[in-house]
Ligand binder design. Structure first.
Ligand SMILES: Nc1nc2c(c(=O)[nH]1)N[C@H]1C(S)=C(S)[C@@H](COP(=O)(O)O)O[C@H]1N2
Ligand SMILES: [Mo]
Length: 313
């Protein structure tokens, strides 16, 4: 794996001095967040270290990021996830990690929150629909979780699946997509330090509509790769099926790296609307040019050295 070189402004420039604690891997105090069995409100104070991985732009207002969502398990409208996820119960929650690993395990998410090093990371998030946000996530590196199960040498990919709960997720009662929602990564992408398992946003636990209690965040890929409310993670030697590729293979490939030079068959990917800068649901607001790998090329381009990224979209 290449050495990591953050191109972003140092977090010391944007963070009150007392909160800036140096390198990552600051351990959240086990007592500070609470272990399994504590009611969800106890998670509100996520004890996270401010991180070096910070994008310099203005953070999108919370109101926008929590009311303009894609989470088809709760409906296809942008307002549906906020409106229809009230019955969803994100705690207690078990996440299973199995497949080509030496030690398949099931983890309680509140225990992971209490024991893995949490960081707050401000990432630009670019949806395939040509809009973007800048969001302060709290989470831990997926690599920290995968190391616990000891991936076998034969494992080459990681398959992720969302929970399917017809009584709590109204959308899964309709054949909008093939349920469960699924995503996949190559193992080296999964192990990359930018790959975050988010458990919070805006310093608080994840709202249901944003993927509670645990979701992936991949800042260099289109938003749909960042699968929400994950229940199983399976290591495999074959490229996993992914929901959007199954729905429309010519529009959504396995890689789905942000690429301004590879237009979606139905629209341009050269620029994006910046959400939260005016215009709301109906367009308007600032536009910015889309960057290759969403601006994270310095960290991730080497993962794709020698690959044709128009062909491998
Ligand atoms: N399980 C699941 N995960 C999902 C989706 C979904 O419909 N179901 N939508 C994806 C898409 S298209 C995007 S852009 C992001 C949106 O995340 P946000 O609502 O927190 O901004 O979630 C992704 N993860
Ligand atoms: Mo998206």
């Amino acid at each position: 794996m290449p050495a990591f070189k953050p191109p972003f402004i140092p977090s010391s420039e944007i963070t009150p001095k007392g909160l800036y604690l140096g390198r990552r891997h600051f351990m959240a105090g086990a007592g500070a967040i609470g272990l399994a069995g504590i009611a969800p409100p106890a998670l509100a104070a996520l004890n996270a270290k401010k991180t070096d991985y910070v994008v310099g732009d203005t953070i999108t207002p919370k109101e926008d990021a929590t009311t303009y969502n894609n989470f088809y398990e709760f409906g296809t409208g942008k307002g549906d996830p906020a409106a229809y996820s009230g019955d969803f119960k994100p705690f207690p929650w078990k996440i299973k990690v199995d497949g080509m690993v030496a030690k398949p395990m099931e983890f309680d998410v509140e225990e992971l929150i209490a024991t893995l090093p949490l960081e707050e990371r401000v990432y630009r998030f670019r949806c395939v629909e040509a809009w973007s946000m800048v969001l302060p996530w709290t989470g831990f590196m997926l690599s920290d979780l995968l190391q616990k199960v000891e991936p076998l040498g034969s494992a080459k990919y990681v398959d992720f699946r969302t929970a399917v709960r017809p009584d709590q997720m109204p959308g899964v009662n309709y054949p909008i997509l093939e349920w469960p929602y699924r995503e996949g990564l190559r193992l080296d992408e999964a192990m990359h330090p930018l790959t975050l398992m988010a458990v919070g946003i805006y310093g608080d636990k994840l709202p249901n509509q944003n993927g509670a209690p645990i979701r992936l965040v991949l800042p260099w890929k289109y938003g749909f790769k960042s699968i929400k409310s994950i229940e199983t993670i399976t290591l495999t030697d074959t490229q996993p099926q992914t929901s959007w590729n199954m729905a429309a293979a010519n529009e959504y490939g396995f890689y789905s790296n942000v690429n301004p030079e590879r237009d979606h068959p139905r629209w341009s990917q050269a620029s994006e609307r910046v959400l939260g800068t005016g215009g709301g649901f109906f367009g308007g607001g600032d536009r910015r040019d889309t960057e290759m790998f969403n601006g994270y090329g310095e960290q991730v381009a080497s993962l794709y050295a020698g690959m044709d990224l128009i062909e491998n979209y």
